[in-house]
Write a protein that binds this ligand. Structure first.
Ligand code: SAM
Length: 276
């Protein structure tokens, strides 16, 4: 494997610090620095960029981000066992790696960005990937504090993020992502690339914020999509009953007999505008 930075191979780092993968933390590590560089490059030109990384683990992606020219990486990791490995990287790249030990679901990312426009890049732990993405999609104010999200998910989740109306993958995530972002599935990563291998294929998704998404309140869109897709096989007049049912739908110019997966993002926004 080509050395990208003169630091020891990740396999040695993991052995030296006893970083046996913990399932409860969604730990599936990438040890191939060529692959982590490919993920880093999916985030676009990193020269001078400030990156926020969730879950650096032993630092395979972190090292790729720094080697690809990031001015600074802010890395939020929950597992205290990973700190010495990350400190070693910080020593190799003085002033360029800020390590934050904490839970990504509780950290204030906007405050960490401290006014810099950041790119968020992560090989996300599978158990918190969706709630994290939803929190980024519902960020206020908009345009947000991040310039892009480049994230690894289980392939099935990635397909839901980029899905179009009328497909079985189309759901709440597709509407929230389609509303505020341009989303692209960039490439798949096979199970064997990870240590240990997860059960399914993964995919990298790249999302960039739309400057001016259709006007509607994020909280209303979250509410409407939750109700509509919570009972996706039912007609909307039934699934949206508690939010206004038939009256709400007719007022928004939508046939109450339709089902959630047939509505475009624009139609969901009309419903969100009408609901209060
Ligand atoms: N970035 C590394 C790589 O690509 O090899 C590790 C990716 S692994 C899929 C997910 C990482 O997220 C693990 O290091 C895990 O400890 C960390 N993690 C899990 N839950 C977390 C949380 N709530 N907050 C921050 N990090 C978390």
């Amino acid at each position: 494997m080509a050395a990208i930075d003169g630091l020891p191979p990740l396999r040695d780092v993991i052995a030296r610090y006893g970083l046996n993968a913990k399932k409860t933390l969604g730990q599936n590590f990438l040890l191939d620095l060529n692959l982590t560089q490919k993920i880093a490059r999916a985030a676009g030109n990193l020269d001078g960029a400030v990156i926020l990384e969730v879950g650096p683990g032993p630092g395979g992606l972190t090292r790729a981000l720094l080697a690809c020219g990031a001015r600074k990486v802010i890395a939020v990791e929950r597992d205290a066992r990973c700190m010495p490995a990350l400190q070693e990287i910080a020593g190799h790249y003085p002033q360029r790696l800020q390590i934050v030990e904490g839970d990504a679901l509780e950290v204030d990312f906007a405050a960490l960005a401290a006014g810099d426009t950041i790119k968020i890049v992560a090989n996300l732990p599978y158990n918190i990937g969706t709630p994290l993405l939803v929190s980024w999609l519902l960020t206020e104010p908009w345009p947000p504090y991040f310039a892009s999200l480049t994230l690894m998910f289980q392939k099935e989740v990635a397909q839901r993020i980029v899905a179009r109306p009328g497909t079985s993958a189309y759901g709440r995530l597709s509407v929230l992502a389609g509303w505020r972002m341009e989303a692209e599935l960039v490439f798949d990563v096979p199970r064997q690339a990870f240590t240990p291998p997860p059960k399914v294929t993964s995919s990298v998704v790249h999302l960039t914020p739309r400057e001016t998404p259709l006007a509607c309140a994020a909280s209303s869109l979250a509410k409407v999509t939750q109700a509509a897709f919570g009972q996706r096989r039912k007609m909307l007049r039934q699934s949206l009953k508690a939010l206004g049912g038939e009256g709400l739908l007719v007022g928004a110019g939508i046939d109450p007999q339709r089902r959630a997966e047939t509505l475009s993002v624009e139609e969901f926004c009309r419903l969100a505008q009408a609901v209060y």
